[in-house]
Design a binder for this molecule. Structure first.
Ligand code: SAH
Length: 364
């Protein structure tokens, strides 16, 4: 695939120059640059989000409210620890945490015990999150990385965070697994190619996909695996839970799922470096298997629709509609988007890791 207007952006031109000088880049380097280049990265600029795609918390307040109540229930299950950290990875515009904080605040003792910690790489989004939470008295602390979180019992939530962690892609060829790279073609435009040398062994390929047919493309996400490993250390040291919600299948599948969205439209991932949001489907089975192998109590993956229904989203929608009859149609539409199988209900999964020996979390 070729990006027709590949070098039309400042970041595209810089990447093409780096590639010309130093050779092709793994897809993960390309993705990281497009999203987080200090000057020209999609999230560093803070533009787009909301205009390019609408996430579950932005569809309806019900999503964040149920997650807030789920977090407060988890805090109770963990023995109402104080101090306690409520951590969110990649809070976007802060909508989920604002709704969660309002809902969880109804649980006696929760707010007094809880420090909100937001792990956010983007400066403009940090500002948006701080602005949204300030009137609610949540006083969030910002962190660059989870490793900086204080040692304490915790609940972590992350919605549509894993999907933007960089992926590597490998193609099964008759000479073995070869990494897909981003290079430049004869015209100087960014173009996909393959590493000249295959992998010497296939340990990086998820076990269920090692026997994929010739021509299959497999994605791996080293940063997500590192995150689960870091969480495992924390969950062994402190009682806690970590909830991930994202798009992706419940079982590992081969396929090229790298996608770029600009102004609500799908474009080639190479077409507008830094201007489009890049993401790829999350391999929930691999992450769940990793969590189990690290000794964590693992629940899910469960479809988002079933999970929200189990938490009572239907009753919540009815209560809101009874209190605001003029919003009935809007609430029923939001309920449908969040839970219907052909909408987000089955495309998105929820996966939860808990400290060893902990009971199953609500909703699973
Ligand atoms: N959770 C939000 C937004 C999802 S967009 C929602 O549901 O609406 C992804 C978010 O993750 C953005 O806030 C982005 O800046 C942040 N992000 C992505 N990778 C990150 C990383 N490695 N470290 C910190 N924040 C990251």
């Amino acid at each position: 695939m070729r990006g027709a207007s590949a070098n039309a952006t400042p970041l595209g031109r810089r990447l093409a120059a780096v590639i010309a000088a130093e050779g092709p880049l793994p897809v993960s380097h390309y993705m990281a640059a497009c999203l987080f280049d200090r000057h020209d990265g999609y999230y560093s600029r803070g533009a787009g989000l909301g205009a390019d795609f609408t996430t579950a918390p932005e569809i309806s307040q019900m999503f964040g409210e149920l997650i807030g109540l789920w977090a407060a229930q988890s805090w109770i299950d963990l023995g109402r620890p104080r101090p306690f950290s409520l951590i969110e990875l990649g809070p976007g515009r802060g909508v989920l945490m604002a709704d969660a904080w309002r809902a969880a605040g109804a649980v006696p003792g929760f707010k007094e015990a809880t420090q909100v910690l937001l792990v956010e790489a983007s400066a403009p989004l940090r500002q948006a999150q701080a602005d949204r939470l300030a009137p609610l008295g949540a006083a969030p602390r910002f962190l660059d990385r989870l490793e900086q979180a204080p040692e304490s019992p915790f609940v972590l939530v992350a919605n549509e965070f894993l999907d933007c962690l960089p992926i590597r892609q490998f193609l099964r060829t008759d000479t073995g697994w070869r990494e897909r790279l981003v290079g430049v073609d004869a015209t100087g435009a960014l173009a996909f190619g393959l590493a000249g040398v295959p992998l010497s062994e296939d340990s990086i390929i998820p076990p269920p996909l090692r026997s994929a047919p010739l021509g299959a493309l497999v994605e791996v996400r080293p940063a997500a695996e590192a995150l689960v490993a870091e969480l495992a250390i924390r969950l062994h040291q402190h009682p806690g839970r970590a909830l991930f919600i994202d798009y992706g299948p419940a079982r590992s599948e081969a396929g090229d799922t790298l996608q770029a969205i600009e102004a609500g439209r799908k474009i080639s991932p190479l077409a507008a470096p830094g201007l489009a949001d890049l993401s790829a489907r999350v391999d929930f089975q691999s992450l769940a298997d990793l969590g189990c192998s690290l000794g964590l109590a693992t629940a899910g993956p469960t479809g988002q629709g079933a999970w929200l229904q189990a938490l009572g989203i239907g009753a919540r929608a009815e209560r809101l509609a009874a209190a605001n009859p003029q919003r009935t149609a809007e609430l029923s539409d939001a309920l449908d988007r969040l839970t219907a199988a052909e909408q987000m209900g089955e495309l998105f999964q929820a996966l939860c890791f808990s400290s060893p020996g902990r009971s199953a979390p609500a909703g699973f």
